[in-house]
Ligand binder design. Structure first.
Ligand SMILES: [Zn+2]
Length: 322
């Protein structure tokens, strides 16, 4: 299922009209589909056939089947895990950009996750855009345009992929996750708010485990299960820091759903509407605000390396008193 077929057709039409740009900003989430779109653009820019991307020429076949691993003129850069996108990476690109392409008449540079690009890296990129070599095209993928400097934005053509409507996203997920139960896919759609990347991250096994544990924890919380029962659940998760934080993040989202049910806010993201209503009746706004405060303090404490077991115990004591 090609969810961005329309945007791809518009891009191909633009090239056919001779309106290619030297730099594009592809605004879409960090998921596989944005990357696939960027490779489609690279294929179109490198195509040697009649209607780019023809899908048949050697260049298209390499670009569409393997991207940078098969096509020597496609270069993909990702942000480093914690450091983001450094100015050194962009300087490296500037060194190589004036070298001739290997096969065709141009090279395509794809920069993924550009929302993590430092200001100095963006300024280095800007210099590249100011004197672009004719033989290079840039596809800058970022999840939101306002993470980029206005000067960078003004020198590139923006291609917004936009959020998907719920029906399209639901059909896409059903196609990709054929064994997933319907209620899990429904929850993924509510959680994702149109973002494929968010939906996919919700459906990972680790995320599902954290979400299920958080749902059980909330059921106990709203049934006034008491500090001991809550702590028994939370402590079993507190040994793994990342997993524990993901669990707390999901508890926060569940509680926000209930708070929104109190205030007439947006429809629930994760809870089924009937559960949101049931929990609303069993809680007060004041109690929920206190619980959300306690959760965010616990997450901040964990982020600064506090002891997981102690944090879990203190949190459950506070939650049970609300
Ligand atoms: Zn082609």
């Amino acid at each position: 299922m090609d969810v961005y077929a329309k945007q791809k057709a518009a891009f191909a039409a633009r090239l056919a009209e001779g309106r290619a740009a030297h730099a594009y900003i592809l605004e879409g989430d960090d998921g596989d589909e944005t990357r696939r779109f960027a490779l489609y653009m690279a294929a179109a820019l490198l195509c040697t056939g009649d209607k780019p991307p023809c899908g048949r020429c050697a260049s298209c076949r390499k670009a569409l089947a393997g991207g940078e691993t098969l096509h020597p003129d496609i270069h993909v850069f990702e942000p480093e895990k914690n450091a983001g996108f450094s100015v050194e990476t962009v300087r490296g690109i500037r060194k190589s950009v004036y070298l001739l392409p290997n096969e065709g008449d141009r090279k395509v540079y794809i920069l993924c996750g550009a929302q993590k690009m430092s200001r100095s890296a963006q300024n280095a990129l800007l210099k590249l855009f100011e004197e672009p070599p004719a033989s290079a095209s840039f596809v800058i993928c970022c999840d939101r345009r306002d993470a980029l400097l206005p000067t960078v934005l003004s020198r590139a053509l923006l291609i917004p992929l936009g959020p998907l409507d719920d029906r399209t996203l639901r059909a896409y997920l059903a196609d990709r996750h054929r064994d997933a139960p319907a209620d899990r896919l429904d929850a993924a759609v509510r959680f994702a708010q149109g973002s494929i990347g968010r939906a996919e991250s919700f459906l990972t096994p680790a995320s599902q485990e954290a979400s299920r544990a958080a749902a059980d924890f909330c059921a106990l919380l709203f049934a006034k299960g008491g500090a001991f029962a809550l702590a028994a659940q939370a402590l079993s998760l507190s040994a793994k820091r990342d997993g524990f934080d993901a669990f707390l993040a999901f508890v926060e989202l569940y509680l926000l759903d209930v708070l929104h049910a109190h205030t007439g806010g947006p429809p629930p993201l994760l809870l089924a509407p009937s559960a949101a209503e049931e929990y609303r009746a069993a809680s007060t706004r004041r109690g929920l605000c206190g619980a959300l405060d306690a959760l965010s303090e616990s997450r901040a404490r964990l982020a600064s390396n506090a002891n997981g077991r102690l944090t879990a115990t203190l949190l459950c004591t506070r939650l049970s008193a609300l």
